[in-house]
Ligand binder design. Sequence first.
Ligand code: TYM
Length: 331
Amino acid sequence: MEVILSGMRPTGNLHLGNYFGALKNYVSLQELYDCYFFIADYHLLTTHPNPEDLLANVKTILCQYLACGLNPEKATIYVQSSVPEVAELYMYLNMLTYVGELQRVAAFKEKVRQNPNNVNAGLLTYPTLMAADILLHRATKVPVGKDQQQHLEMTRDFAERFNKMYKVDYFPLPQAFNFGNDLIKIPSLDGNGKMSKSYGENATIYLNDEPSVLKKKIMRAKTDSGPTEKNQAKPIEIENLFALMRSVSKPEIIEQFEDAYNDCSIRYGDMKKQLAEDMENFVSPIRERIKELSSNEEYLNKVIRMGGEKAQANASKTIKEVREIIGFKKL
Ligand code: TYM
């Protein structure tokens, strides 16, 4: 059976990009395949989180995974640090990875630009840890957003390199996955690039935003003075609003505003009001489930324990086989 895997760093609340880029697909996949969804708390150490906050951050994201529809009875939901076998595979893969190829990774270069005082080796080797996450369960499909495409290409390179080096056909070559469609990039509300926590609270829609906050963020989104020629190309901030609408609004609503844009009759205030309403309809059930689940500490602990045990059983099998392939024999 095909294995599906994906994960997210526990950096706080999930936003719309996390949902449409990755989670939405996970939820459909858990019905069909052997699925692993994990919380990447080792990856988080690149930014040196406070030890007191770590577990709370993990529980926040777990709760939001569950509120979005991940089902611990169907999928294996686990915390990365519950399965330390991944660190061993990460080390083996690092032996096959070249520093030059890591230095060329777009996400690494971006982090260096954002934070020149914290260019640690964990940040540089982020793609090998990510590859270890995936290969540990020998996953073949990885539902992620567009920003992770390069990391997946590298994972395939590392898997291929391992297989060639040891003359085996052990690791399958995984693919970034979105049901045959292009990978998704949800834009930010401020006309910048992708929606991301690093571009500020006002540019990001969280799955637990209260209705008034949600509305305010959308009504404040950047627009221009409107089209002046029929069918003219959309500037980036307007295209972004349409992209957000395409993620939560009905097709006839989108068509109505597309037509209004193309014949220059569009009123951005009306468009944003509609978007705020459709966004609230999308977010409100998730927000309510997050509230319910966050008070159920006992259940969250149980999910963490159950997923950790299942993930570890599979991981230790892989590590045992990898050690043998590499040549480490038990005497
Ligand atoms: P993280 O936490 O940065 O992102 C989690 C997921 O959300 C997607 N995403 C987006 N998708 C579309 N539009 C956006 N604006 C947007 N912002 C975020 C990301 O593509 C990602 O799928 N490196 C991973 C975590 C990870 C992982 C793995 C994933 C570690 N090991 C192994 C898969 C397999 C990450 O970016 O997390």
